[in-house]
Design a protein around this ligand. Sequence first.
Ligand code: APR
Ligand code: PHB
Length: 390
Amino acid sequence: MKTTVAIIGAGPSGLLLSQLLANAGIDSVIVERSSKDHVLSRIRAGVLEWGTVETLQDAGVAERCLAEGLPHDAFSIFFDGEPLRIDVAQYTGKQVMVYGQTEMTKDLIEKREAEGQTIFWSTPDAQLHDVNGDHPKVSFTNSDGKAVTLNADIIAGCDGFRGISRQAIPQQKLREFERVYPFGWLGVLVDKPPVHHELFYANHQEGFALASMRSATRSRYYVQCDSGDTVDDWTVEQFWSALATRLGPHWGPKVQTGDPIEMSIAPLRSYVAEPMRYGRLFLAGDSAHIVPPTGAKGLNLAVADVRRLAKAIESWKVLGKDEELENYSRDALDRVWKVERFSWYLSTMLHQFPEHSPFEKRMQEAEFKYVMSSEAAAKSIAENYVGLPF
Ligand code: APR
Ligand code: PHB
C-alpha cells in the first residue's frame, strides 16, 4: 500500500491534517489504535481560539461549530473572591468559541468519511520503519487481522503523548523538557445550565476551580485535586461543595448541581520534545507537547502545528519547495514555547501549590493585583488567550 502521508492517530491533529492535505489534493492514510466509537467518546477541552475556527473554516468543517458554538467576548478570573473580567474582544478585537473537542472530532470524522478517507481503526500494533531513510513505512495488522505495510513519503506523528511516533526518534537526538504539577483537575460534565454565560477561573485558598460549558444546557466544571487522587476519592456531593466554595459566596450558591454524565481526573503537566522532526517523521500536537489545561491551549496548539505542517507538505509536494518542511520544527517550536509559557503562567497564578512558601503566595497575590491594576498586563493575558497570530 502507498500514500504520500501516513498519519498516525485519528485525534484532532491527525484528522485535521488529513482534511487540510486532501483540500490541497494530497492523499493520506490514517492509522488509529482505538475504535471510532472510543475516539468519539473522549471528553476533552472546549475553547477554540478564533484562529482555530478560521482553520476549521479553511478546512471546510466549521459549519456546525459556527451554528452551535458559543462565541465569547470575555472570561473572568477570581482571586480569593476578587473578580477580574478579561474582555478579550475589547483588547484584541477577537473572540473565542466555546465548542467541545468531541464535537470538532465528530465533524472531522464525518467529513473525512464523506470524502472517502482511508482510516484504519482499531490498529494497536502499528510500527514505524526507516523514518530517517528515503522509504519510510508503517506496518500494522488491520481489523481483519491482515498484515499491512503502508509505504509513505512522509509520516505524520499525530498519536498523542503516549503514541509511538516520538519514541521513533533516537533518545540521543531528543531533548525533553517537563514540569509535572503537584495537583490534577477533577472534571464533571452535567446537563444543567452553566452558572454564567462566560467562563470563570477561580483561585481560592482551598484550590482552583473552573466553570465552563458545552452549551446553554450542558456545563463543564473542574476543581483542583491532589495529584494522587482518583475519582473514587470524591463523592459527587464533595465535588459540588468544593466548586461552590471556590467560586465564592456570590456565584457558588447559583451553581445548578445534578448527577454528572461524566466525572474524571486529568493530571497537569507541561512537556515539550525537541525537535518535532526526524528524517521523514514530523510530530504534531500532543505527540510533541503537552500544556496544562488552564489556558485552554492543548487543542489550539495542535491545530497550529497541523496548519503549519499541512502548508509545508503542500509547498514540498505541489511546488517542489522543501524550505517550509526544513523549517517546520524550528517554527512550530517557536509558537509551542510561547504557548507553554502562557499555560504555565496562568497555572502558576491560579492554583494552590502545596510547596509554596509564604513569599511565593505573596508573589501569586501580587501578580493578580498587578493584572488588576494594569491594562497592559490584562491585554497580554487577552492576546495569549484568544491565540497568538499564526
Ligand atoms: N497507533 C495509532 N494510533 C495511536 C497510537 C498508536 N500507537 N497511540 C495513540 N494513538 C492515537 C490515540 O488513540 C488518539 O486517537 O492517536 C490519537 C492522538 O490523539 P490526541 O491524544 O487527542 O492528540 P492530538 O490529536 O494531538 O490532539 C490534541 O487532544 O488530548 C487532547 O488535550 C489534548 O486537546 C488536545 C488534543
Ligand atoms: C473546558 O470547557 O473543558 C475548558 C475550558 C477552559 C479551559 C480548560 C477546559 O481553560
